[in-house]
Design a protein around this ligand. Structure first.
Ligand SMILES: [Zn+2]
Length: 213
């Protein structure tokens, strides 16, 4: 049984997730902790639950999803995993922060690792099927865990909305195709954890999402 803990961080109200198992092994997905106080919220949760953080995963590497990545990598001495096709997004982090006028950012010193071609990742028995869902960014992925009935889907599908596609590498038709072919094939009761806002389910979005009807 996996535990999914959600935090909402930074001026973009981004959702950061810590996934842990019964043995207190854990990974962090999309660490958006920007402020020192937000980084402390993560550290406090980790120490209060005696977690061992083993890796950082990105659904995609937009700035609001990786403000805290360098901090987590260094503080917990772990690797970052991203999709190869999102390397271009990752590499533009500092430039994009500059465009947005965001000060005091940290860029990871250690190069990221890329997901394997088999589209599975297993870190200390925390296992995900990696779904390729490009459109919001070129290498956007979603992390699906069948046994625990949830998918961490970043900025692809939202509660009655979908990700924006006006940023570099965005593609609206591709996003719709990703959702229909790679998310809407999951069981209806699958819980969808989104990069911003509330959780939803595949079934609810299939029935009511006005962008996809
Ligand atoms: Zn994004």
């Amino acid at each position: 049984m996996l535990e999914v803990k959600k935090f909402t961080f930074n001026p973009f109200s981004e959702n950061t997730f810590i996934i842990s198992n019964k043995l207190n092994d854990a990974i962090i997905i999309d660490p958006g902790c920007y402020y020192k106080e937000e980084q402390k919220v993560i550290d406090d949760y980790v120490s209060q639950n005696s977690l061992k953080i083993h890796a950082v995963l990105h659904t995609h590497s937009h700035l609001d999803h990786m403000f805290g990545t360098a901090y987590i990598i260094e503080n917990y001495n772990v690797n970052l995993w991203i999709h190869k096709n999102d390397e271009i997004t990752y590499e533009s982090f500092e430039k994009v922060c500059d465009v947005y006028g965001i000060p005091n950012i940290q860029f990871p010193q250690k190069s990221p690792l890329f997901f394997n071609a088999d589209n599975r990742i297993n870190i200390n028995d925390i296992e995900f099927q990696i779904l390729n869902v490009p459109g919001h960014s070129p290498g956007h992925v979603a992390f699906y865990n069948k046994e625990n009935n949830f998918v961490i889907n970043g900025d692809c599908l939202f509660e009655n909305s979908i990700g924006r596609t006006d940023l570099p590498g965005g593609n609206h038709d591709q996003l719709l195709k990703s959702i229909k072919e790679n998310l809407f094939v999951l069981p209806d009761q699958t819980i969808v954890y989104t990069g911003h806002g509330n959780e939803t389910t595949i079934g609810k979005e299939k029935r009511t999402n006005s962008f996809l009807l």
